[in-house]
Design a binder for this molecule. Structure first.
Ligand SMILES: Cc1cc2nc3c(=O)[nH]c(=O)nc-3n(C[C@H](O)[C@H](O)[C@H](O)COP(=O)(O)O)c2cc1C
Length: 325
């Protein structure tokens, strides 16, 4: 048995337990399809499809289907923000199931309704978590696996290092996938050897020809060291990992006293996060897709990413390294 034959590979029906994580605004159709076609699994981010590519979910999924017949997944951010958003997410999950998607990655909130809907047709749900408290919520909500988002991750990073987080999550008895800090084949093999059931990467897959992010963003990832990654609270209200640039410095890293109070108060925190997020949806999109802005989300895996590589090539070379080890 090789390191590749993991519970994640069995659950998702894939050959290589490597996930191209959902990315707002970087999960374009060609990237998702390329990772799946090579044997990993690409995760569709429905908000990216709707707001960046102006595509109805069904149309986007059918376009991916024209590029690959292999399994793909979908991200369901299920935070209790507004009723309208949650209703839309419920429709997206139903549409994805109707189009044959059987792998879901949930983040935030109670994943029970996604798990019930997916299980009814033989699907599985993996839940993004940063600590045991959220893993317990995921397990109680019936999820099939956990995605351990560590302190090195791009996007909304956790606080623990990969080893400590794995030790904290293994007692739940579910497969645990490593998210954060993996940028090369050696890192992939190390995570599998440590006991992870797979790896979810974001930053590595931005630096590929298939990702439609701006050339300046990809170049910044190739040039950055781990020390260039900072956490900013000023974008979505929760620490977001970004490359340290003059634009980020101007924005500042910390919420001001009023923002902090509004973000802590249970009565205002959801509205405040929603407000910041509405602003950042636009800012992040501009940052990722034009060369004139420097709002670039990335994780510490930048340290191991030194060249643009086709996404399928990443999956194949990492799988080869795992087979050989
Ligand atoms: C640009 C960017 C956008 C992201 N957007 C999302 C998202 O919309 N939903 C989500 O669940 N995770 C999101 N993530 C997290 C990734 O899916 C993945 O867990 C993370 O990138 C792993 O860390 P790495 O970047 O070091 O590989 C994002 C990450 C990045 C870099």
């Amino acid at each position: 048995m090789t390191l590749l034959e993991s519970p994640l590979a069995r659950h998702a029906g894939i050959a290589v337990p490597l996930v191209c994580g959902a990315m707002y605004p970087c999960s374009n159709l060609e990237l998702v399809a390329a990772v799946s076609e090579a044997g990993g699994i690409g995760i569709v981010q429905p908000v990216t499809l709707a707001f960046v590519h102006k595509l109805a979910l069904g149309d986007g999924l059918r376009r991916i289907r024209a590029l690959t017949s292999k399994p793909i997944g979908m991200n369901a951010l299920i935070e209790k923000s507004s009723r309208r958003y949650l209703e839309r997410m419920r429709r997206w999950v139903d549409e994805a199931l109707a189009e044959g998607v059987r792998f879901f990655v949930t983040s935030l909130g109670d994943p029970r309704w996604v798990a019930d809907a997916a299980h009814a047709v033989g699907g599985v749900v993996y839940h993004d978590v940063t600590e045991a408290k959220w893993a317990a919520k995921g397990r109680d909500g019936g999820v099939d696996g956990l995605i351990a988002v560590n302190r090195d991750a791009g996007g909304h990073a956790g606080a623990r290092d990969p080893r400590a987080l794995l030790d904290e999550l293994l007692p739940f008895g579910l497969p645990v996938v490593c998210a954060g800090g993996v940028g090369d084949a050696a890192g992939f093999v190390r995570a599998l050897r440590m006991g992870y059931a797979g790896v979810q990467c974001g930053t590595r897959f931005i630096a590929t020809p298939e990702c439609d992010a701006a050339a300046s963003y990809k170049a910044a990832i190739l040039a950055a060291q781990a020390g260039d990654i900072v956490l900013s609270e000023r974008i979505t209200g929760v620490p977001l990992a970004v490359i340290d640039t003059p634009s980020i410095r101007r924005l500042g890293l910390h919420a001001n006293a009023l923002e902090r109070w509004l973000l802590r108060n249970p009565r205002t925190k959801h509205a405040m996060r929603a407000l910041l997020t509405v602003r950042s949806v636009w800012d992040l999109r501009r940052g990722a897709r034009t060369d004139d802005s420097q709002l670039w989300q990335a994780g510490k895996s930048v340290a191991a990413i030194r060249s643009l590589e086709p996404a399928g090539e990443v999956v194949r070379t990492w799988a080869e390294a795992a087979r050989a080890s």
